[in-house]
Design a protein around this ligand. Structure first.
Ligand SMILES: C[S@@+](CC[C@H](N)C(=O)[O-])C[C@H]1O[C@@H](n2cnc3c(N)ncnc32)[C@H](O)[C@@H]1O
Length: 486
């Protein structure tokens, strides 16, 4: 949080200085305001290439319709203009346009802050190699060895089940029983067949000690909370050890060894984003973590293959993939602002920038599913705070409930952004999808018309196919882009 505030303050200061000396800013604003806006409807199939770098699969990511959205934002802006991305998620839009515009991006989820700082601001110089990489692996091994001792019983049992000898795969019933009966923190009933001493590891008192004494070693959150769910037992220990190595490297090794060539917050975001990407790669589910698959007759081979993937190598490959791509996609406007707030508080906080921005881009949730539930695992990976959990999916209990996911609250939630944009004299662009909480574009128009005269609202529509995360069939839908002139 402190890091967040500091980078934001730093970025604000630089942006302020740039704006004060940028003669383009005011004139661009005028030229856009003078544009005649027609209340036209059109189906566009324009297809321009914009850069994309995917950290994790994400519901509602604009990757699939990137040119539809980005070309509209490009049409409305001039180089150097500010775009406020109010609900940036995985920062698809910021990454696509950071070569052209100054981004002021926000999202309520912590993982989004990490991804955004990497995608918008990180320049991989120096590379994560040599002494830094060696120190990182050393830290990883320290935590891993510690966990291998503590969780030896469970790790050994999984290793035996995952024997690579041909024909020695366990029956699905055996693997199912192992998973269903595996201990974890806050398990309602005691699992059978485990030593009392082993079960004590998962006790509430012990986990509370971890929660209170921040950074207690060895890092064990995933080992205590998620074995045999979204990942395997050994993989949990590997995630804990990677998470430990990231903290050790960025909080201790870089400052202690005076490696000033590394910007530790930037490197932390690169490494945490790589770890998010690892979790996304091994996720047996369809692109979110709302539920984990139970072992059945149909899936043990798939689950075991996924859970046998060793994570350190995969992680290091992700880091260099991101470094290679980012080094070719730098921005002339760093640092972009990346924040982590509720959108209402954020609009207050950056009020001045909303006034100076050319466009506010709003891409809200459009279904009932809360992002805080679907992406709870990566939120906890970043916070690493040993939370209280509930439900089969082991969600954190302090999940954010978005008003955009509630039928009775959504109109007011949209209205708050309209009011702000109009008062600031800033163009508002909204992405939405058919069959959302607001069911169609006519209903959405009705909401917008409370704040804008009809002739100031333009609608673009695009037929598209969604992979409905979790369902095999692709779903035909329609994407909307509402452009509201102030
Ligand atoms: C459709 S997604 C955005 C996707 C993004 N444009 C992308 O391409 O990845 C909606 C986002 O709204 C965020 N969100 C929901 N409620 C919010 C709130 N009250 N304040 C800020 N962000 C919120 C969610 O965390 C989610 O990332």
């Amino acid at each position: 949080m402190l890091f967040n505030r500091l980078t934001m303050m730093y970025a604000f200061a630089i942006l302020q200085a740039v704006l004060q000396t940028d003669p383009l800013f005011e004139s661009n604003q005028k030229s856009i305001l003078q544009m005649t806006t027609q209340n036209s409807e059109e189906i566009t199939s324009e297809d321009r290439e914009y850069p994309a770098l995917v950290v994790t699969k994400y519901m509602g990511s604009k990757k699939a319709i990137l040119s539809f959205v980005a070309s509209e934002l490009e049409r409305l802006t001039q180089p150097g203009d500010i775009i406020v991305d109010l609900m940036a998620g995985t920062h698809t839009i910021g990454y696509a346009l950071k070569h052209r515009c100054r981004m002021v991006a926000n999202d309520i989820q912590q993982y989004s802050l990490v991804i955004g700082n990497m995608l918008l601001n990180y320049v991989p110089q120096p590379r994560f190699e040599g002494a830094a990489s060696t120190a990182f692996k050393r830290f990883f091994n320290v935590n891993m060895r510690h966990l291998e001792e503590l969780f030896a019983t469970g790790l050994r049992a999984e290793r035996q089940l995952f024997s690579s000898e041909p024909g020695k795969q366990p029956s699905w019933e055996t693997y199912s029983e192992f998973c269903e009966n595996y201990p974890h923190f806050m398990r309602p009933e005691e699992p059978e067949g485990w030593h009392e001493e082993y079960l004590l590891l998962y006790s509430t008192k012990r986990v509370e000690a971890y929660r209170t004494l921040n950074k207690l070693e060895p890092y064990s959150l995933f080992s205590l909370y998620y074995p045999c769910t979204y990942l395997g037992v050994r993989q949990c220990a590997e995630v804990d050890s990677l998470r430990y190595a990231i903290d050790k490297l960025c909080d201790e090794w870089i400052p202690d060894n005076e490696h000033e060539e590394f910007e530790s917050f930037g490197l932390r975001c690169l490494l945490l984003s790589s770890l998010i990407s690892v979790l996304s790669r091994i996720n047996p589910g369809p692109g979110h973590w709302a539920a984990f698959p139970r072992v059945s007759e149909k899936n043990p081979r798939y689950l075991i293959t996924q859970r046998k993937i060793p994570l350190l190598d995969l992680f290091l490959r992700k880091v260099s993939l991101f470094e290679n791509t980012l080094s070719m996609q730098t921005s002339p406007y760093p640092p972009h602002i990346v924040s982590n707030d509720d959108y209402v508080a954020f609009m207050e906080e950056v009020h001045e920038y909303i006034r100076k921005a050319k466009v506010i881009y709003l891409d809200p949730p459009y279904s009932q599913g809360h992002y805080s539930r679907f992406y709870h695992l990566i939120e906890t990976l970043i916070l690493y705070d040993y939370p209280e959990i509930s439900h089969m999916g082991r969600y954190r209990t302090d999940r954010h409930q978005s008003p955009f996911a509630h039928k009775e609250k959504v109109a007011e939630a949209i209205g708050r952004v309209c009011e702000k944009a109009r008062a600031a004299g800033t163009i508002l662009v909204i992405s939405y999808s058919r069959n959302g909480i607001v069911p169609d574009h006519e209903t959405f128009m009705k909401i917008l018309k409370k704040y804008y005269p009809k002739k100031k609202i333009e609608l673009k529509r695009l037929s598209s196919e969604h992979s409905k995360l979790g369902q095999a069939q692709r779903m035909k839908t329609e994407e909307y882009l509402f452009t509201c002139m102030p």
